[in-house]
Design a protein around this ligand. Structure first.
Ligand code: NAD
Ligand code: MG
Length: 393
């Protein structure tokens, strides 16, 4: 029986995780569930999964949760709040696995808390790794924690790497990582029309159902940019060893190319329960509830080159990675602010890369020395991006 904390339980990944866990009640025990403000959904999840702790990051929402628990007879569940509550449930001694599924920078310190206490970290929250890079990887290593990728591409790469992969591509005969991307909803949209696309159009992903922020990231392809950076750290690859391949069907979730000409791929229906089940059970396999892939229904697989003209966010991500230090922290912070402004209809779709590029020009880029320096850099980049948005809007 493994104890598990689900950070971001009420989100898209959180809900998929609980679906997989419910299929294996004798193997996993839910110790803690967390959310930001979604009281109703968290209450329902607590009724079903009976955790020991429920965390509401938002204090007002935590008050609401108290009264809901009272009226539903759930008072035996301890309620915590704020970042300290999130960090606490990520580090509890009865917790073996932590699903890191908070969206954005807010997930960094709770995920780090899991790493520092030597848990198996199931990493969906790519922003945490993008902003902290080596610092995060060092905490994993120093504390004997396990890091298993949930992002479907990275999970596919993990599965396609040599079983004894130790972070040295050359010695293991690995030539390249082929990171697949669907191209999102605007892969073939007329470039002139991109200026006027609405948030509703941007979040309507052709293959995946996901949270709002990652859906916009998929439309700009910043999601793939963040994933290039994520792959750099997870697999110790150089930017040149990571190639983005557009594959509109999202059936191949990524590939690894070897020196002998072999290419290994992982395929499946686009359903996050597959990588979630893989990371939970690894190195074993468990049922995820995902339907078998029907190759005859898929019928064909297409591949295209990623167009940096159409998707400038991809270029910005590679450039930030090459620049190193806190450049990727700034990239991530500016993107979060710009995406938020786009979703609030303060700026247009094409202003997202503009805000990020200008923020990268104006922000201080330094080596990552400590978590405090990292958070200060993140805050500075957010202020710069906000000011730029004010000018545009
Ligand atoms: P979502 O918006 O559906 O859910 C986000 C979760 O985080 C919610 O539970 C929310 O309550 C919580 N949260 C938000 N802000 C918070 C804050 N300030 N403090 C504490 N909790 C907060 O997002 P999602 O689509 O589930 O994505 C979660 C993460 O997984 C993201 O980093 C995303 O990039 C990554 N991811 C998602 C998918 C997918 O299919 N949805 C695929 C790959 C990777
Ligand atoms: Mg992905």
């Amino acid at each position: 029986m493994k104890g598990i904390t689900v950070l971001g339980a009420t989100g898209s990944i959180g809900v998929s995780t609980l679906d997989v866990l419910a299929r294996h009640p004798h193997d996993y025990q839910v110790i803690a569930l967390t959310a930001n403000r979604q009281v109703q959904r968290l209450v329902e999840q607590c009724e079903l999964h009976q955790p020991m702790y429920a965390v509401m990051a938002d204090e007002k929402a935590a008050d609401q949760l108290h009264s809901e628990f009272k009226s539903r007879g759930l008072e035996h569940i301890t309620i915590l709040t704020g970042v300290t509550g999130l960090e606490k449930v990520a580090a509890l001694p009865e917790v073996d696995y932590v699903m890191a599924a908070i969206v954005g920078a807010a997930g960094l310190t709770p995920t780090l808390a899991a790493a520092k206490s030597g848990k198996r970290v199931l990493l969906a929250n790519k922003e945490a790794l993008v902003m902290s890079g080596a610092l995060f990887m060092n905490e994993i290593k120093a504390n004997n924690a396990e890091l298993l990728p949930i992002d479907s591409e990275h999970n596919a790469i993990f599965q396609s790497m040599p079983y004894d992969y130790d972070g040295s591509m050359q010695q293991k005969g690995v030539k390249k990582i082929l990171l697949t991307a669907s191209g999102g909803p605007f892969r073939t949209t007329d470039l002139q029309q991109l200026d006027t696309v609405t948030p509703a159009q941007a979040v309507a992903h052709p293959n995946w159902s996901m949270g709002q922020k990652i859906s916009v990231d998929s439309a700009t392809m910043m999601n793939k940019g963040l994933e290039v950076i994520e792959a750099r750290w997870l697999f110790n690859a150089t930017p040149q060893q990571i190639e983005v391949v557009i594959h509109p069907q999202s059936v191949i979730h990524s590939m690894v190319q070897y020196v002998d000409g072999s290419v290994l791929a992982q395929l499946g229906n686009p359903d996050m329960r597959t990588p979630i089940a893989h990371a939970l059970a690894w190195p074993q396999r468990i049922d995820s509830g995902v339907a078998d892939l029907d190759m005859f229904a898929v019928a064909r697989l297409d591949f295209e080159v990623a167009d940096w003209q159409r998707f400038p966010c991809l270029r910005l991500a590679y450039e930030a990675l090459e620049r190193g230090g806190t450049a990727t922290t700034v990239l991530n912070a500016a993107n979060e602010i710009a995406v938020d402004a786009f979703l609030n209809e303060t700026i247009g779709f094409l202003s997202i890369p503009t805000v990020i590029e200008r923020t990268l020009e104006l922000a201080t880029i330094a080596e990552i020395s400590s978590i405090e320096a990292l958070l200060a850099c993140d805050a500075e980049a957010r202020n710069i991006a906000q000011a730029l948005i004010k000018d545009i809007g």
